[in-house]
Design a protein around this ligand. Structure first.
Ligand code: NDP
Ligand code: MG
Length: 384
């Protein structure tokens, strides 16, 4: 029986993780759940899964929950410090990190510091501080198991093969909702069309990132840091069916691909059950019906966020963190209807242009770069 804590249990990945767990009551037990502020859904999850520990990061929502929670069975933590305290609990065997954005960084570092195995869905923390995170995981001899479908695919295809035998990674991308939309039409795109992804149903932030292809840019950096692979070896490949979740090409020309239906519960289940594979009733690919798969080179002109991510991958230091922070600001401003869709890459580029990257950054440098980039992004938006 593995005792699992899910950080960000009220989000898309969190809810899917609970769906997976509910099918295997004899293998997994939910011991901890957390939310930022969605105490309504958290309360339902507490009733159903009876976790011993919960955390609400938002103070106001946390105190509101304290009034109605039966604390005899469930201990409630509140705030960012509460989250770090929950992560440190000895009885937790595995942490599913499904908090979105930079807010995942400190809890992730704390989890690794405590030697916890982490099933990592969040990509922003790796983009911000990949080398620090991977060094810490190595030092503590703990595993980071990817949940993001592409990273799970690459991890499975790479196996134990030494990096010297790797030629390329094909990082696949469905292309998002605007793959075939004309650049002129992007000028007047609405929020609801941005959020309507053709293949995946996800949280708002990652849905916007999928429409700008910044999601693939973040995944480029995620792949580099997670597997120690330089960006020149990573090729982004548009694959609209989203059935091949990525491919690995070795020096002898052999390519391994991982395919499965487009359902996040599949990589989530593997991240929970690893090193075992367990039978389930999730959708499978019907190859007799499928007939064909399509591939294309991404259009870097139409999706400038890809260029920005490759640039951050070349410059490294604090630049990936700056890219991520500026992106978080523009996505939130776009969702708040204060910024147009086509201004998203422009603002990020302006912030990157103004940044003097610090190489081999410490955590304090990363947190300072994150804060700086957010302020610069707001300034750049005001200047538009
Ligand atoms: P959601 O927005 O649906 O959920 C995010 C979760 O994190 C919620 O529980 C939210 O709480 C919590 N949260 C948000 N901000 C904070 C904060 N400041 N402090 C504490 N908790 C916080 O996101 P997704 O589930 O879509 O994505 C989660 C992560 O997984 C992202 O990094 C994303 O890139 C990655 N990912 C997601 C995929 C998907 O299919 N959705 C696929 C691959 C990767 P609340 O409910 O209160 O807002
Ligand atoms: Mg992905």
């Amino acid at each position: 029986m593995k005792r699992i804590a899910i950080l960000g249990s009220t989000g898309s990945i969190g809810v899917n993780t609970l769906k997976v767990i509910s099918h295997f009551p004899d293998r997994f037990r939910v011991i901890g759940l957390t939310t930022n502020s969605n105490i309504e859904l958290l309360s339902k999850q507490i009733k159903e899964f009876k976790p011993r520990f919960v955390c609400v990061s938002d103070n106001k929502a946390g105190f509101a929950l304290r009034k109605k929670l039966n604390t005899a069975n469930t201990k409630l933590f509140i705030g960012a410090q509460g989250l770090e305290a929950l992560v440190s609990i000895k009885d937790i065997d595995k942490i599913v990190l499904a908090i979105s954005g930079a807010a995942a960084l400190l809890p992730l570092l704390k989890a690794l510091e405590r030697g916890k195995e982490v099933a990592l869905a969040n990509k922003e923390a790796l983009v911000m501080a990949g080398p620090l995170i991977m060094d810490l995981a190595r030092k503590k001899k703990t595993k980071i198991i990817p949940v993001d479908s592409e990273q799970s695919a690459i991890w499975q295809c790479l196996g134990e093969e030494p990096r010297s035998r790797l030629k390329h990674i094909y990082l696949t991308a469905s292309g998002g909702p605007f793959r075939t939309v004309s650049p002129a039409a992007l000028k007047s795109i609405s929020i609801s069309t941005v959020l309507r992804h053709p293949k995946w149903k996800m949280g708002k932030k990652i849905s916007v990132d999928s429409a700008t292809l910044m999601n693939k840019g973040l995944e480029l950096l995620e792949t580099m840091f997670l597997f120690g692979i330089p960006s020149e070896k990573i090729k982004i490949l548009i694959h609209p069916q989203a059935l091949i979740h990525s491919m690995v090409e070795f020096i002898d020309g052999i390519v391994l691909a991982q395919l499965s239906s487009t359902d996040m519960r599949i990589p989530i289940q593997y991240a929970l059950s690893y090193p075992q594979r367990i039978s389930n009733s999730l959708p499978v690919i019907d190859f007799y019906k499928l007939q064909e798969l399509h591939f294309a080179k991404p259009d870097f002109k139409r999706f400038p966020c890809l260029n920005l991510a490759y640039r951050a991958a070349r410059e490294l230091g604090t630049m990936p963190c700056v890219l991520n922070a500026a992106n978080e600001v523009v996505v939130s401003e776009f969702l708040g209807k204060r910024l147009g869709f086509i201004s998203i890459p422009k603002v990020i580029e302006r912030v990157m242009d103004r940044h003097r990257s610090k190489l081999s950054p410490h955590l304090s440098d990363i947190l300072a770069a994150d804060k700086w980039a957010r302020e610069e992004a707001y300034k750049a938006i005001r200047a538009i």
